[in-house]
Design a protein around this ligand. Structure first.
Ligand SMILES: Cc1cc2nc3c(=O)[nH]c(=O)nc-3n(C[C@H](O)[C@H](O)[C@H](O)COP(=O)(O)O)c2cc1C
Length: 205
């Protein structure tokens, strides 16, 4: 079965631009292929932050795990299984204080799992997930693709690094940026993102 995994993470609900455009991509892919969309809405249903139950539980022998450890490891496994079951992953991330929302960071903290999604080999770290296409939609109030703010785009740098770290290197970044500069700038930014998405989907056809 081929699936499209849609991971959204904005805490801004229906106002979110990263959610809007990530959903648009997932729904276009679904309309074209008929492949099911699996939704992981981290904004509406945030994951608990990882605790010792997960960190200790994932290295404990399964038969020795406490109830809390079993719950934490089972949650992580279900999130990894969602990623494994997808052929394409679409992620929406709206910048909060120069990085991704904490809701998305929490998701990565579960799925970035030694021995399961990455391992250290003789030549350094190695991603263990089978590579698949990732559309990463980043929304930012300022402009980060160029200019004075570019070195501070920790969101895109962090997310692309982490995806690659676990084996997902085929990443297409779609930006919606500069939306808080002025209402006119927001209109231009949104139109530009629509054009970028159309071109990305045409390339994928
Ligand atoms: C709490 C908060 C912090 C933000 N921090 C930044 C920031 O550091 N840099 C920036 O360019 N925009 C920042 N913004 C603006 C958001 O990145 C922008 O509104 C974006 O569209 C949010 O993504 P979303 O529309 O998917 O929710 C911030 C917004 C909020 C609410």
């Amino acid at each position: 079965m081929t699936n499209i995994l849609l991971v959204t993470s904005s805490p801004r609900g229906p106002q979110s631009l990263s959610t809007r455009f990530a959903r648009e991509i997932a729904e276009s892919l679904n309309a074209r292929s008929g492949h099911a969309i699996i939704e992981r809405d981290l904004g509406a249903a945030p994951l608990p932050h990882i605790t010792a139950a997960y960190i200790d539980g994932r290295i404990a022998l399964p038969e020795t795990r406490t109830v809390e450890q079993i719950e934490a490891v089972d949650l992580a496994q279900s999130l990894v299984d969602e990623v494994l079951s997808a052929d394409v992953i679409v992620i929406g991330s709206g910048m909060i204080n120069f990085g991704p929302p904490t809701q998305l960071k929490a998701w990565f903290d579960y799925i970035t799992w030694p021995g399961v999604t990455f391992r250290y080999g003789t030549t350094g770290p190695m991603g263990l997930l089978p590579n698949k296409k990732v559309y990463l939609v980043t929304a930012t109030g300022g402009v980060f693709s160029e200019g004075a703010n570019a070195p501070f785009d920790f969101q895109t740098a962090y997310l692309t690094h982490l995806l690659g770290f676990i084996g997902l290197t085929d990443i297409e970044v779609i930006r919606v940026e500069g939306t808080l500069i002025s209402p006119d700038a927001a209109k231009v930014a949104i139109a530009s993102t629509e054009t970028t998405i159309r071109a990305a989907l045409e390339r994928a056809a």
